[in-house]
Each structure stands twice: as C-alpha cells, then as structure tokens.
Design a protein around this ligand. Sequence first.
Ligand code: PLP
Length: 426
Amino acid sequence: MNEKLALYGGPKAKPTPALPMYPGGLEIGDEERAQVLEVLDNKYLFRYYGPANVQSKVAKLEEEFAQRFGSAHALAVTSCTGALITSLVACAVGPGDEVLVTGYTFFASCAAIVAAKAIPVIVEVDETLTMDPEDMERKITPSTRAVVVVHMRGVSCNMDAVMRIAKKHNLIVIEDAAQAVGGTYKGKSLGTFGDCGCYSFQYHKIITAGEGGMVVTDDDRLYDRCMSYHDTAACWRPNRFAEQRYEGELFCGTNYRMSELTGAVMLAQLHKLDMLLENMRKNQRRIAGQIENVPGIKLRPVNDPEGDTGICLMFYLEKKDQVSLFAEALQAEGVPAAGVYNSGLPDWHIYAHWKHVLEKKTPTPEGCPWTCPYHTGEEVTYSADMNPNTLEYLSRVVHLDIAPQMTEEDCDMTAAAIQKVASALL
Ligand SMILES: Cc1ncc(COP(=O)(O)O)c(C=O)c1O
C-alpha cells in the first residue's frame, strides 16, 4: 500500500519541525552562562595572567579534556584548522613532505597541510566514507611523511589498518576528529591513536563555543612544540626568556591561544558531551533499526558501530540517479535529507570541488609548497576525477543529521518517511 508522497501532494510523514544540527549549541544555558560570568566577574580574560588569582578556564578545560579522552596532554587552540597546522608543525612536517589526506573531508583538513608548507596527496575513501587503507598504502612515496586521517561524519577510520600501514612506512599520524568528538574505536577515544589528535568546537560540531579547537598528544616533546607554535609569545613557559631546554623546543610560531571566554563555554559543554552522545546514538539506532531491511537501501558500513557518535545517518541507494529525487521526497515529508556529491553543486567536503587545490592556488606567486625545491619526488598532480571510488560512493549516499534533541516520535516519523519514500521510489 503506497501512501501518496508529500512531494506529490500527499500528507507529510513527519509534520513536526526539523531541528537544526547544533548539538551542543542548542543546549547552551545556565551552565555556560555561569562559567562565562565567572570569567567576567573575575576580569580574568587571558589564560596566562589577570588581576585575580584564579584558575584559568582554558587550563581547566585542557585538564578535564585530557582526562576524559585518555590522553597525556591536551592543548586548547582557536580552531581545528589551527589544531591541524599546529600538530603538523610540531611533528616537523613541512617543506618537501607529502601528506596523505582523504578526498571526503572539510577542505580545512587539506588546507592545513598546505599552510604547513607540505604537499597534500588525496586518498580514496572506502564504503565507510573514511580513508581506504589500500589506497593509502598505494599512494605512499619516498616523500610521504605523514597522514591526516579524518573520522568523517562522526565515525572512526579503520585505525588498525591505518596504524599498521603508518608504522610499516614510518609515517606520522595526525587524526582529524573535528566531526567525531567523543567517538571511539574499539573502546579508545578517536584522536588518541596517532601522534596528535585534533578536534573542532565550531558551532556545527558536537560540543561548541562557536569557534575553538583542541590538540591532544601523549608525547611530551610534541606537546612542548605544539605549545611553542600555538603561542609564539611563549607565555606558556615558566620563564619565557630562558634558553631552550633542547634543540627544537623554541621556534617562530603564531598565536592560536584560546580565550578564557571560549574556555568557559567549552568547560560547560564538555560536561554535556556524554549526554549529547547518548541521545544522538539512541536516536540514530532507533531510526536505523527501522530502515535497515528496507529494500534498495544499504546503511553506511562503519568500522566500529559501538564508537559511532551518532551525529548522522547515511545510507546508500543502488543508483546515483535515484538520490536527488529521494532526498527531495524526504524533504517534502519533513525530513531534511540531502545527497552528498553532485558535480553541479559546489561542496567543500568533496575534493572534486577543492578548486584551489586542484589548481594549486597559493597566496604567494612562487607556488610554495608545490614548487618547493626540497620536494624531490615526482610532481604531485590533481584532477577532479582522480579518485573515482570516492565520487561513486558519495554520489549514491543520502545523508540525514541526527539531532540529540529529537524525540522518539520524531525518530519514528523519520523512519516512516524513509520507508514511505523508499516504497514509492525504489
Ligand atoms: C573534518 C573537519 N576538519 C577540520 C575542520 C575545521 O574545523 P574549524 O572550523 O574548527 O577550523 C572541520 C570543520 O568543519 C571539519 O569538518
């Protein structure tokens, strides 16, 4: 029995309003207000000093974050892009080096490599929409120094395979967990497998202060070097002007220091992380359980379902031509779904739209890093169709955000909408 699609004038399967995807942002309330007011009342707005003798919110956030994620060190910065650049520089990745990164990630993961003056090499994703370990290994050359693995749309990469290949080829591993804060792989926090892990607190992310980021590492020296780069004023040093304690501790850095106001909001948000994860996972599983056997739909396989943050639900249709009408029909039913890759629609999460990389656009005319004389390998080249598997998977996938604020009724109506559209269109 096919009910008439809302797209063609039938009743909506989900008449309740769609919730915007600001998981932590929509939970901002008394706790964040109290933390921020404390900062203002103390007039203590800079982490390293102020008129009152109080503990820095940023320092407290780092302490709690490191503990929650099981890492020796956490360093708060202004964004995940800043965290990625800081990590790459701290690991001494730079001129002459090639760095692997997947072609399905927000463009910033790739731009950070260029900002660190290294050359990005774009790797395929597999059906999990995270790094394809086979293609990762295939794209390693004598110039490859590091890999930026992205835990894309809330789920882990195949970290066993990634770490095994990285070890075999002596590669530095930087994890981009911007979209997967709180996710795990085999029980261990994403971001804590590699040399450095990076997180985003931008407004669309799981926990947020509008902007912000974090680096974690277990390595004491890498931590020093991250601090060195993120605060070139060396306020973090017990004696700023003292000689460096070892070669490589001090160098010209930048300023990615997190403000106390951001730290205050983030402290309150960190305390809400487990609640947000629990709700998103519950909602995602409730919907997935109702659609997993729908003919013509295949749920995105996940490397470790237990550790999925639950921020979204992605499923494949058999043919890419089915996707736009399917998504349009879901939207009409009241479910804001979307396809992912469409060559005609610009989206900076897919390498084929990274025009500035494909065309090697640089801020200065000499073309660094692509013309770097320290790069001795073959020239790295790009084209929009260089990673066909990535485009094929992304052109067949439908994406739905899963807000933690959805009710059980919202979830059931979402599942009913997917069933209805599938039975009418597939
Ligand atoms: C996978 C990924 N990496 C990096 C970033 C950059 O994060 P930020 O905006 O905090 O610099 C984002 C943000 O959207 C992202 O999704």
